[in-house]
Design a protein around this ligand. Structure first.
Ligand SMILES: [Zn+2]
Length: 498
């Protein structure tokens, strides 16, 4: 079956090269001619009423095989959902450094072996491990009532007795930054913000610092504790957890996130003008250095002289939900795409699947991979870690010499409603270290993140939030891209001499 988009794409490759260089046409010419011939034959047979059976069917082209794989994944992929369903059902929360994360690694090895991958293995590393304890927040004056709170990763403990202190309100992180040193002594800082949902998730970068650095700033200014408005966009009474970090030399303070309805309630209380007091109890513990690990699996390429491709997700999750969108979905998407790649036969390049550990608490797995594999030649990386929302755009960071590859991928993604953008692809957290070490080529699939921060790091991150059709669209886009890249023998690193 000849797809309209493939024909259009191949014709485009034929018409562009007058400006862009003959090598593009050389790659596409035979395909173009073949497709034109098919079109002419089809037209002739219908005009002259020649039975089509009189002609032997030509062998399908590479682009037709890839289009068929893409369309099959879009309609019927079950591999990705099976991975998300299995991981959330049989393991559930899998916080970094805990025995649950260790069980997830064993589960992953079994699953990847069952899917037929080569060299399935665990690479362990050590990391500090923090786990939550009891957590309660109550306004004690002037309007006594309880609030929903969750400790942030690396929070200190209040002790069992808790802290009862006056709230000092900061509408934004910048207001906290501007507070005088020592002015928060004995107080609980409360930092709010005005995060709104964005399709590309960019509001996480804009408003996330309330969590990322707010506790460190409050600690340096002498605060006894800090609570923030959860970094999220929902209005459920669910706090959003997540990591925070204290600089060396700064003594950690208790740090919690209030659910968004509770944070808004607290703002209304503060607006009444009377001093507001909170009793905060958070009793997390540091368990010291524990074992975590990455799970690796491969589709072995036919030409082992070619640098490899690494595709990543993260296996760990926060502990409040079951980590369906963050990031079982990503492991499902890349696991399914690599599984379908095998159905084309052996790719030219080896594709390594990296289900990284301990991303949420400091990208320990991604950094360990970057160190252990720094000397192993890689060419290209991709990552899936933004839920299971539909892919709407694609970004590239490839050399100019790979413009024909880029055109093929763009054409293969167009039927999925995915448009190319001009932004340079940057990769993700778990492939960040290896990209930086080897200056790899990258393609980013931009998923629709409009609803992502309704669920992110909350008890609501569960399997029922996965839309099967959108998950399949992700797999379809990934297999179309991966099939072209894994069979491309030219240079993929953008910085290489042209
Ligand atoms: Zn994640």
């Amino acid at each position: 079956m000849l797809h309209y988009f493939d024909l259009a794409a191949s014709l485009a490759i034929c018409t562009i090269p007058r400006k862009a260089g003959l090598q593009n046409c050389a790659m596409g010419l035979s395909l173009c001619l073949m497709k034109k011939n098919i079109a002419l034959l089809a037209a002739a047979s219908s005009l002259l009423l020649i039975p089509s059976l009189a002609y032997a069917a030509p062998a399908p082209s590479n682009s037709e095989i890839i289009a068929a794989l893409r369309d099959k994944a879009l309609q019927a992929d079950d591999v990705a959902y099976d991975i998300v369903e299995g991981l959330t059902t049989e393991i559930g929360p899998r916080q970094a450094g805990t025995e649950a994360e260790a069980r997830a690694r064993i589960w992953a090895v079994t699953k990847l072996k069952a899917l037929g991958f080569d060299n399935v293995r665990i690479e362990e590393y050590k990391m500090p491990t923090w786990v939550r304890g009891a957590e309660t927040a109550e306004i004690t004056a002037p309007f006594k009532q309880k609030m929903a709170v969750a400790a942030l990763g690396n929070s200190a403990s209040t002790g069992d007795a808790g802290i009862d202190a006056e709230i000092v309100y900061f509408p934004t992180i910048d207001h906290l930054r501007a507070a005088q040193d020592g002015s928060l002594k004995g107080k609980i800082a409360f930092v709010s913000h005005n995060m709104k949902a964005t399709q590309d998730g960019s509001s996480y970068g804009a408003f996330g610092p309330a969590r990322f650095v707010g506790p460190n700033i409050a600690a340096k200014k002498g605060a006894a504790a800090i609570v923030i408005r959860s970094i999220g966009t929902d209005h459920h009474r669910n706090p959003h957890t997540g990591n925070t970090n204290f600089e060396p030399g700064v003594t950690p303070i208790p740090a919690g996130a209030l659910s968004i309805p509770d944070a808004e309630n607290l703002e209304r209380m503060i607006a009444r003008g009377k001093p507001v007091r909170m009793k905060l109890k958070l009793t997390p513990q540091n368990f010291g250095i524990q074992t975590s690990g990455n799970v690796l699996a491969e589709v072995t390429g036919s030409n082992t002289d070619l640098p490899i491709i690494v595709i990543a997700c993260h296996l760990d999750s926060w502990d409040l939900g079951t980590g369906a969108i963050d990031d079982a979905a990503g492991c499902g998407i890349i696991g399914a795409a690599a599984t379908h790649l095998k159905s084309m036969g052996q790719p030219k390049r080896t594709v390594r699947v990296l289900w990284a550990g301990a991303e949420e608490v400091g990208i320990w797995g991604g950094r360990d991979y970057g160190e252990k594999h720094a000397r192993e030649p890689h060419a290209f990386a991709m990552e899936s870690d933004f839920g299971a929302g539909k892919i709407w755009a694609v970004d590239f960071n490839l050399p100019e010499s790979a413009s024909a590859l880029r055109a093929q991928i763009t054409a293969a993604l167009a039927p999925l409603g995915v448009a190319p953008r001009k932004e340079a692809a940057g990769g993700g957290a778990d492939v960040g270290a290896i990209i930086a070490a080897q200056k790899l080529g990258v393609i980013d699939m931009q998923q629709d993140g409009t609803k992502y921060f309704d669920l992110h790091h909350t008890p609501d991150d569960t399997l029922d939030k996965i839309d099967k059709a959108e998950l399949r669209q992700n797999v379809a886009a990934w297999i179309a891209t991966l099939a072209y890249v894994a069979n491309f023998e030219g240079e993929l690193k953008p910085s290489s001499p042209q």
